[in-house]
Ligand binder design. Structure first.
Ligand SMILES: Cc1cc2nc3c(=O)[nH]c(=O)nc-3n(C[C@H](O)[C@H](O)[C@H](O)COP(=O)(O)OP(=O)(O)OC[C@H]3O[C@@H](n4cnc5c(N)ncnc54)[C@H](O)[C@@H]3O)c2cc1C
Length: 392
């Protein structure tokens, strides 16, 4: 096994590093408010203009045709430079791989370049008030309209991340109510300005409108907005969830950069000499978090080797999801314990360490075992589909 990158890949890294170090914005506000989101979109447009928004896509769709290895390298450099969360993530990391796999040439042409340029901003419409873990329990319907050549949607989605700021939603809708639970669903792409769509922002505890509810009242979508086959949405959606749980949504670069920052925090706390006993006692915990991030990086290199050789992640992406989400909670929790009561100081406090970022990181990490399918569900998937254990 050779863990070294080639000279060409190292040159790619150097180019990405130089650009990111010169351009990554400092201190962008949260992308979960309308104002913050707009600033994040500006950043996305800058990334696109310089050819860095979707490095692994073919050039014709706005990428630079980079390999998966180079994509991993870019991600490492992006987070190393302190790049902000990608508010385009639902489009570029989740929908796009699904369009590459199932989309028609017209759909690729229509949607991918606008997504890469952050002109179209996508949110994800899976969950409904009575269908979260049990995604096959969705009730939102799309009824056939032969006269107009399309579908009429009625129903509701919920927990739609940044839905209040996006202009498109993709999701699953029941098109054959008589079919078995996992059949009879179709994957549709819906413009949020279509007549009959109502988007209502949901305030989180911190006051940001990070979520939305999306209501559909007789919303018409034409046939060209069906992704994959009619009534075949479950299989198409599984491809999207595999991207979400597996490689594309949470690459190791993000966690390796956080682990490096944790080590740096420990060194600073140690040098400051305050609470020496606590800081010294936490040395192993900090090392443990760093090793977990590194383990995820190495496991990803193995996964990418498989992907490059045509072995898809499939249900193994559930293992990946459990690992990254739990390591993120451990890492941020370690930082909070290291900081002690200081961890609770918010960004406006002059004594807040690293601008209060560790508490924010911890709060967000807590949602990792829930979104992209809860970890309990992922453990069920691993038991049944990876280990082949019998269903109870
Ligand atoms: C930060 C964040 C962002 C999100 N963004 C989106 C988004 O953009 N679009 C979207 O559609 N959804 C989104 N969601 C919703 C998310 O997908 C759901 O919260 C998740 O699937 C769980 O569904 P639920 O909340 O209805 O909980 P439930 O399904 O009601 O589950 C409740 C509890 O029961 C457990 N449980 C349920 N069934 C089983 C079982 N069979 N075996 C063992 N345990 C079980 C679950 O693990 C969980 O602990 C987001 C959630 C979060 C936290």
């Amino acid at each position: 096994m050779d863990l070294n990158f080639t000279p060409a890949e190292e040159a790619f890294r150097a180019e990405a590093r130089a650009w990111l170090e010169a351009n990554v914005p400092v201190g962008l506000p949260s992308g979960d408010t309308a104002e913050g989101f707009a600033l994040h979109v500006e950043w996305e447009k800058k990334l696109f203009a310089a050819g860095w928004s979707v490095v692994s896509w073919p050039e014709e769709y706005g990428g630079r045709g980079a390999s998966l290895w180079e994509w991993l390298i870019f991600e490492e450099e992006y987070y190393r430079a302190g790049g902000p969360q990608r508010v385009t993530q639902n489009g570029i990391f989740l929908l796009a791989p699904t369009i590459f796999e199932f989309g028609t040439p017209e759909q690729k042409e229509r949607f991918l370049p606008a997504m890469a340029a952050a002109d179209d901003l996508w949110c994800q419409g899976w969950s409904e008030p009575d269908a979260g873990s049990d995604l096959a329990g969705i009730k939102s319907r799309a009824a056939r309209d032969d006269e107009r050549g399309g579908w009429v949607i009625n129903g509701q989605k919920t927990w739609t991340t940044r839905g209040a700021f996006c202009n498109w939603v993709f999701g699953l809708f029941r098109t054959d109510p008589e079919a078995a639970r996992h059949s009879g669903m179709t994957y549709l792409m819906v413009p949020l300005d279509a007549p009959g769509v109502t988007v209502r922002g949901v305030e989180r505890l911190d006051g940001d409108e990070g979520f939305a509810e999306v209501f559909f009242d007789d919303v018409f979508v034409s046939d060209d907005l069906v992704l994959g086959g009619v009534n075949e949405g479950w299989g198409v959606a599984m491809a999207t969830t595999s991207s979400e749980r597996g490689l594309t949504l949470r690459s190791p670069g993000r966690f390796c950069a956080a682990a490096d920052r944790l080590v740096d925090l420990w060194k600073r706390q140690n040098a400051a000499g305050e609470h020496a006993e606590r800081v010294a006692a936490m040395r192993d915990d900090v090392a443990q978090s760093w090793m977990e991030a590194e383990a995820y990086r190495l496991a990803t290199l193995a996964d990418v080797t498989g992907l490059v050789n045509g072995v898809s992640q499939g249900a193994r992406s559930s293992l990946t999801k459990i690992f990254w989400s739990e390591l993120d909670v451990n890492l941020n929790e370690t930082a909070l314990r290291l900081l002690g009561p200081t961890a609770e100081l918010i960004e406006t406090s002059p004594d807040a360490v690293d601008g209060g970022a560790w508490m924010k990181g911890f709060e967000f990490a807590l949602s990792g075992p829930i979104y992209a399918g809860t970890n309990e569900i992922q453990r069920n998937v691993v038991a049944e589909r990876v280990l082949g254990l019998p269903r109870k």
